[in-house]
Write a protein that binds this ligand. Structure first.
Ligand SMILES: [Zn+2]
Length: 97
C-alpha cells in the first residue's frame, strides 16, 4: 500500500499534473482537497531533494491577459494585472537533476 504522498510522487515522476488533476487521479473530492495537495507538494519538494530529484513548477498563468505568476506551490485566485479570475493552474513534475 502506497501512502497518498507516495502516490503523488509516483504520478509526478510520470508526467506533469495540476493540483486539480492530482485531486482527480487520487479521487479526492471536497473543499479541502486542493489545499491538502498543496501541503503535500510542499513536503514533497523538500523530501525528493534527498534522492537527487527536483519538483519542477510551471507557473500559473492568467488566461485572459497572459500574466505569468511566480513559480510557487500555490493556486492564485486573481490576476494582479487585469483582475481576472480565469487562472490556469500551475503544473508540477518531478525530475532527476
Ligand atoms: Zn490577467
Amino acid at each position: 500500500m502506497m501512502t497518498r504522498r507516495q502516490r503523488i510522487i509516483s504520478l509526478l515522476e510520470e508526467r506533469d499534473y495540476s493540483v486539480s488533476e492530482l485531486a482527480m487521479a487520487l479521487e479526492l473530492r471536497g473543499r479541502g482537497s486542493k489545499r491538502l495537495i498543496l501541503e503535500e507538494l510542499k513536503v514533497i519538494q523538500r523530501i525528493v531533494k534527498r534522492d537527487g530529484k527536483v519538483l519542477l513548477i510551471k507557473p500559473a498563468e492568467c488566461r485572459k491577459c497572459g500574466f505569468v505568476f511566480k513559480p510557487e506551490i500555490n493556486i492564485p485566485s486573481r490576476c494582479p494585472r487585469c483582475k481576472s479570475e480565469w487562472i490556469e493552474e500551475p503544473r508540477f513534475k518531478i525530475e532527476v537533476r
